[in-house]
Design a binder for this molecule. Structure first.
Ligand code: ATP
Ligand code: MG
Length: 359
């Protein structure tokens, strides 16, 4: 899919901007603090309904204003969609002019993969970042997953609240059954995702490193189908009950799961060098693009925020050789001549003080 047009009003440091994007590589160049990341953030907001930088959407409204607007028009294999996000007293989303009542309806309409310096740390960082990586990809692929995850998190919050109040075992068991039922769906879907991602990531990674054999596996409750995961989950909850009561928190479940990332059998999360971890993160992101394409039939839009300057020459070249296949929005303070050569034809914009100038 391709984003044709982005319109924003009173968004962060922008009073108003309208950008017509090209189908291939789009470059947004500008000095620090001019609004490059804000622009990508607005696209991401129209894609997954939230900012990657803050959970508080109120911060996105331009200071001193009451209402912000983001509108994205996307062209797909068949037809076009328009997503509009309005932020005032509340966050309101409309698709093709029709307001949606559940944010899940937005998932997958504008598919994006965000790659920023933070994402270069997904292998090095804690499990929370890797769960977020899976969840954002999966929510865009499946509304059913988004709703299952939302329900799971609600049940989990209620169980944790209950644990704080000295509950009876019977009361806990009621929540355990619901938790295991929703949790099993989440685990099953995530494991399927990781299993499919692994061979794609292996291929990308061998191209990036030349030698390393990457392997991914899901670390969570075992089971071949939802039923088996559910019953294993229930058993684990029962086993953990006393501990859960003592700490008033649920120790078992998808909220604790992780992706194991190994290269030639070595766990990169704890034993990878910085460079190995960064390369593996890059492979994971590029593999995510391919998997989303395989599953949904279309490439998502790749959002590259300030990543090129973070990579050495070799990895830069490898990354750039992949992105010619899809629409990419790249931000940076400058583009060295050698990078420009590798990019070929680009649509270029200059960003200054909340204004976008088409070069
Ligand atoms: P860098 O190259 O340093 O990453 P950038 O061009 O990506 O810079 P942005 O992160 O887009 O910069 O931020 C641009 C400016 O927007 C910042 O100086 C910030 O103070 C300002 N800003 C952030 N939120 C708001 C807001 N709600 N209203 C007005 N301005 C804001
Ligand atoms: Mg920035």
């Amino acid at each position: 899919m391709q984003i044709e047009k982005l319109t924003i009003k009173n968004y962060r440091n922008y009073a108003s901007a309208e950008v017509k994007l090209g189908g291939g590589v789009n470059l947004f160049i500008g000095n620090n603090a001019q609004g490059k990341t804000n622009l990508l953030e607005s696209v991401y907001l129209a894609s997954v309904g939230r900012s990657a930088r803050t959970p508080r959407w109120q911060e996105l409204i331009k200071w001193g204003e009451n209402e912000a607007l983001v509108r994205v028009t996307v062209r797909k294999e068949v037809g076009r969609d328009e997503v509009e996000v309005r932020l005032d007293k509340e966050k309101r989303v409309a698709i093709n002019g029709l307001p949606i009542t559940r944010i899940g309806e937005l998932m997958g309409v504008v598919k994006t993969v965000l790659f920023s310096p933070d994402e270069l740390k997904i292998v090095k960082d804690g499990p929370g970042e890797r769960r977020r990586f899976m969840d954002i990809a999966l929510c865009q692929l499946s509304k059913a997953y988004f709703y299952a995850l939302t329900r799971y998190n609600k049940i989990l919050a209620q169980r944790n609240k209950l644990l704080k109040g000295n509950p009876t075992d019977e009361a806990i068991e009621v929540w355990d059954m619901q938790l295991a039922k929703e949790g099993a769906r989440v685990v099953k879907t995530r494991r399927g995702f990781v299993n499919r991602l692994s061979p794609i990531a292996e291929e990308v990674h061998s191209d990036i490193t030349g030698t390393e054999k990457l392997f991914l596996s899901y670390e969570g409750i075992e089971g071949i189908d939802v039923g088996e995961i559910e019953s294993n989950f229930l058993k684990a909850l029962e086993k953990s009950r006393e501990r859960d009561k003592a700490f008033a928190v649920t120790h078992i479940g998808p909220q604790r799961d992780d992706i194991k990332v190994t290269a030639d059998g070595v766990d990169l999360r704890s034993f990878g060098s910085q460079g190995q971890q960064r390369s593996a993160s890059l492979s994971l992101k590029l593999a995510e693009m391919e998997l989303l394409k395989e599953t949904s039939g279309e490439y998502p839009v790749l959002l590259l925020d300030d990543v090129l300057s973070e990579l050495d020459n070799y990895r830069q070249t490898k990354l750039l050789s992949h992105i010619t296949a899809y629409q990419t929005i790249i931000t940076g303070t400058s583009v060295p001549d050698d990078v420009r050569e590798k990019l070929g034809s680009v649509t270029e914009f200059y960003v200054e003080a909340g204004k976008v100038i088409n070069n």
